[in-house]
Structures are given as C-alpha cells and as structure tokens.
Design a protein around this ligand. Structure first.
Ligand code: SME
Length: 153
C-alpha cells in the first residue's frame, strides 16, 4: 500500500473519543499489516522519574518490558529525543536484541506538548528496510500522536 493511503488511514483511524492507548493499539496493527517485513512495531512509554522506557502496545513477539533511557536503540532515542534509522542493528553499540530476527530498526520520539511521552519503535528482519517513504510514515505517525496528545485534556 502506498504511503498516502497509509497516512490517510492513520488519520481516519484515530478516534479522539476513546483512550489514547486504544488508538495506539490500532495504529500498531495498521503499520504491522500494511508494511512488509516488519517483525515488530510498537511503543515504549517514557517515564522520566524512573529514567526508563516501559513496553506499550505492540505487534510482534514478546519484547523487553523496560529499557533504561540511554540504553539500546530505544533508550538512545529517548535520551537524544531524535528519530534514528539503523540499517544494521548489529552495528549499533548496545543494541538490545528482543527479537533475534531483527536486522534493522527505526525509532521516533513522541511528544506530549514539550515532554517526551513515548518512543515509536519499528523493527525489520531485512537490513536497511527503512527508506525515505517509511521514515515519512513513521514521522507522520509520531507527529499525529503528538498533535492528539497535546490537544487531550
Ligand atoms: N532493539 C531495541 C529493543 C526493543 S525491541 O526492538 C522491541 C533496542 O535496542 O532498544
């Protein structure tokens, strides 16, 4: 499916009358279904007080439940508050291999107003799976969520 359709689906799927968590669950299902060679897609919720990222809604195999900020791909994203495209996770120092099938990974921060809320984490069994088209989808997903979170009471 092309990126325009996926982006439109992401927008129409979001229902502000249900909890954010419910929307995030369906968003992971949408990305997992529509993009090929994703073996894991989900969110880690950031808890600044505990200096940790905790497992949120996802599609894929069992995953690490807590990742300290600054560790692994997810924790590094949380520390830097920047998206990262990792074409070969085995070359990333400190990569945490939750699923041994993963070979490339993309992470993007999700903000609530100015505070870091979560990390969107996407894994593929293919090396270098994520190009500009996928990056654009994931960044739009993160921006969409941030927009809704910032509007939420
Ligand atoms: N690979 C991640 C861990 C999370 S799993 O990919 C779901 C990392 O290095 O932080």
């Amino acid at each position: 499916m092309n990126q325009i359709i996926i982006k439109n689906q992401m927008k129409t799927l979001w229902d502000p009358s249900i909890p954010v968590l419910s929307n995030l669950c369906n968003l992971t299902a949408l990305l997992h279904d529509e993009l090929e060679h994703l073996n894991w897609v989900g969110f880690y919720f950031v808890d600044i007080e505990q200096n940790c990222c905790f497992l949120g809604p996802f599609q894929g195999r069992l995953a690490c439940t807590r990742i300290p900020i600054g560790q692994g791909v997810v924790g590094t994203c949380a520390a830097r508050k920047k998206s990262m495209n990792i074409p070969d996770v085995h070359a990333f120092p400190g990569h945490i291999a939750c699923d041994s099938a993963s070979n490339s990974e993309f992470v993007a921060p999700v903000f609530k107003n100015d505070a870091l809320f979560a990390v969107l984490d996407v894994d593929s069994d293919q090396f270098g799976r994520f190009g500009p088209e996928e990056e654009s989808i994931f960044l739009e997903a993160a921006a969409l969520i941030s927009g809704h979170l910032s509007n939420a009471k």
